[in-house]
Design a protein around this ligand. Structure first.
Ligand code: GDP
Length: 424
């Protein structure tokens, strides 16, 4: 049985917490796309962690954590994250890394930074972790799979070819220092040795696990609206954060797929650029930003203040639809307890016409939110463990959202800690 946890919106929905919680009833947790460019915040008995590459199952000693072939593998980042988790007192996690995972190269990170710099005001708001150049190379077939690092002639040949292109760009387009082939070969060879104990055929491992009826959890990064095909292109990421990509990026059989749990916040938040219809500004935004999440709405990877807004049922319904959500986890419900009235965006108005369907990017840029006002509950809901014990207006809010997004809200999260959850 394979369950998939994904974001219904722009990312940062609280997937890490839900994964950490469900990891307790899983045998295997797999990352299937993205890289060290986003962070999952997890708060449990060991402390507060911002994981970037490690699967969120690392806090459960019985869970096998897997980096699937679809991930952008930054070896240094992964190993240092592993070190920091162990230093914090977490028992050494069981980790397997796919031999087919492609390796993030130092030049990917450099080119990501230089390109954002070159674009100036027209930049993509990249996290500068190398993601776009990395996936560009993968599909241009000049990337390196982890397994190739263990064959010295292959490594030399591939890097010689890649550097002939990268050094031309560095010199002529960006006017930056070139990369030395021998230094890079030494660095990648050393990193390959350090990660060797974890490397294996995770495809075979996962297929056998599925046949044996093991419980597998796929952990998505970012959310629907950052999908390169179905999101707000080009303000998207470079790998698919959709559950539909899960079997490919993780290497699990399609027949084993079961539930898709889409995570969404009780309000909206967004890091990076792009149209964000319900965005708030000024004092109203600052109030929500400071109260949101566990330490205010600031990016787990970049520390950037997140853009915040009211719940967008149009975007979230689309987000759940494209994820094929069978269940929804609504997080950060506790945050809204200070509001006497809460606006929920139920439709967009585009050029004078009302629509409840999520449009393509050029139209989205012209969309204005149509709000319905719901009464707030004006109290702290943290500590409540049963749905019936929530204030009536909080339940009305959940049920209103559920009806609008077309998928059942099974989890209501009312605090950042693992146990602060209401299961309906
Ligand atoms: P992810 O990338 O989807 O895992 O999300 P992030 O970890 O980047 O952002 C979610 C933020 O919300 C983090 O600060 C979490 O600690 C926090 N969080 C998650 N669920 C809740 C909740 O129910 N209530 C509150 N107050 N914070 C939450």
């Amino acid at each position: 049985m394979v369950r998939t946890i994904v974001g219904a919106n722009w990312g940062d929905e609280g997937k890490g917490k839900i994964t950490d919680m469900l990891a307790g009833e899983s045998d295997i947790v797999v990352r299937f796309q993205g890289g060290a460019n986003a962070g999952h915040t997890i708060i449990n008995d060991y402390g507060r962690f911002a994981l970037h590459l490690l699967p969120s199952g690392v806090f459960n000693p019985n869970v096998v954590n897997i980096i699937g072939p679809g991930v952008a593998l930054n070896i240094e980042a992964l190993l240092s994250e592993l070190d920091s988790v162990v230093k914090a007192g977490v028992p050494a996690p069981k980790l397997l890394v796919s031999e087919r995972a492609q390796v993030m190269m130092p030049y990917h990170v450099l080119l990501d930074c230089y390109e954002e710099e070159r674009l100036g005001a027209k930049n993509f708001g990249s996290t500068k972790s190398g993601i776009a150049p990395f996936y560009g190379d993968k599909f241009q077939k000049i990337g390196l799979q982890l397994c190739q690092l263990y064959y010295p002639e292959v490594l030399r040949e591939k890097l010689t070819h890649a550097l002939s292109i990268k050094n031309a760009l560095l010199e002529h387009l960006y006017h930056k220092p070139q990369i030395d082939l021998e230094e890079l070969i030494d660095k990648m060879t050393a990193l390959a040795e350090r990660i060797r104990p974890y490397v294996c055929d995770t495809n075979l491992y996962l297929h056998e696990a599925c046949r044996a009826g093991k419980r597998v959890l796929l952990e998505g990064q970012l959310g629907t609206l950052r999908d390169p095909d179905h999101g707000i292109y080009p303000m998207t990421t470079s790998s698919s954060p959709l559950a539909g990509y899960g079997p490919v990026g993780a290497g699990v059989p399609l027949w084993a797929m079961s539930d898709v749990i889409a995570v969404t916040k009780a309000y909206s938040s967004c890091v990076g650029r792009g149209p964000f219809t319900t965005e708030l500004f000024g004092e109203e935004a600052q109030e929500l930003r400071v109260r949101g999440g566990d330490k205010g709405e600031f990016g787990a990877t970049t520390g950037r203040p997140r853009r915040v807004g009211w719940f967008d049922a149009v975007a979230t319904r689309y987000g759940c639809m494209m994820q094929g959500a069978t269940q929804v986890a609504l997080t950060n419900m506790d945050v809204l307890g200070y509001l006497p009235e809460i606006p929920v965006c139920v439709a967009y108005e585009i050029d004078g016409e009302r629509t409840e369907n999520f449009p393509v990017t050029p139209l989205l840029e012209r969309a204005k939110p149509v709000y319905e006002m719901l009464p707030g509950w004006m109290c702290d809901t943290r500590g409540i463990r049963k749905y019936e014990d929530l204030p009536e207006n909080a339940r009305r809010y959940v049920e209103f959202i559920e009806a609008r997004i077309g998928a059942p809200v099974r989890f209501v999260s009312n605090g950042p800690r693992r146990d602060e959850i209401i299961i309906r």
